[in-house]
Design a binder for this molecule. Sequence first.
Ligand SMILES: Nc1nc2c(ncn2[C@@H]2O[C@H](COP(=O)(O)OP(=O)(O)OP(=O)(O)O)[C@@H](O)[C@H]2O)c(=O)[nH]1
Ligand SMILES: [Mg+2]
Ligand SMILES: [Zn+2]
Length: 296
Amino acid sequence: MESRKQGKIIKGVGGFYTVLGEDGKKCVCKARGLFRKNGQTPLPGDNVEFSFNKKDGGYLISILPRENELIRPAVANIDLLLIVVSAQEPLPDLELADKLLLYCAKQRIEPVLVINKCDNGTNESAASIIGQYDGAVDKIVCVSAETGYGMDALRELLMGRTICLAGQSAVGKSSMLNTLLGLELKTGELSAKTERGRHTTRHAELIPMPNGTLIADTPGFSMLETVSVEPEEIPLMYRDFSEYSNGCRFVGCMHVSEPDCAVKEAVENGNVNRERYSRYVKILNEAIEIRRHKYD
Ligand SMILES: Nc1nc2c(ncn2[C@@H]2O[C@H](COP(=O)(O)OP(=O)(O)OP(=O)(O)O)[C@@H](O)[C@H]2O)c(=O)[nH]1
Ligand SMILES: [Mg+2]
Ligand SMILES: [Zn+2]
């Protein structure tokens, strides 16, 4: 007897895929030639139909359409991206945080700004970061992987979702994973390199938490691929500008050199954060440069 089931791939190694079934049971499946033929590679996070019988074991039948697909780590259908910054060392790279927000908008992933290393609650540095992202991100949480501060609130936000962590080195991504999962991943060390000087490849894996959350185990050096967005898309992805951009004189205003720009006015009035705006101009110019050299 064979039964068709639905589930989610949480791990794939050497052509064997571990599928978490809707019944909560795990089943190791093989992919059939079918996927190779149409160029599909099953990824952790993929929602799949699979089948199991005693003779052949489990095998994948089909992959359901993907909501999104990340390259590093290679996972699909991420609901939430935790953009991790630090309220202590290292100094927060907010330009990276801004780019990750653009990435989320592009990939239809909900962002959560996580300010880690708030060991004794929200400190001055955390408050300054919150001030810069007010209106830009819905969910901002202050936590400490070390003392556990804010971790329950974070767990609550993650419940039942499939999540991934991103952010510069040493902000505490591995430490947060350890705290959330009760694991002992390596922290505070540079990522392992092979003798040939390359990073050790590690397969991506989704780790289930008791509350139904799935967390992508992030390699130490993890950087999401750089966002490739057209310059014109960028202002539309700044939620903190959207309240004002209707007041701009020109439709399609990029809020840089145009006259009667309501966003620039909002910056002057302190309604849009000036630092965030300055980084916006830099990111926008970078995108324009990238396009200019695209066909060089
Ligand atoms: N004070 C304090 N230190 C922390 C906290 N979380 C992490 N750290 C320390 O910050 C350092 C870096 O933490 P990791 O978890 O390795 O950082 P990471 O983001 O995984 O870094 P990469 O793997 O290099 O990307 C370690 O020395 C941790 O002990 C925290 O909440 N408070
Ligand atoms: Mg790490
Ligand atoms: Zn404008």
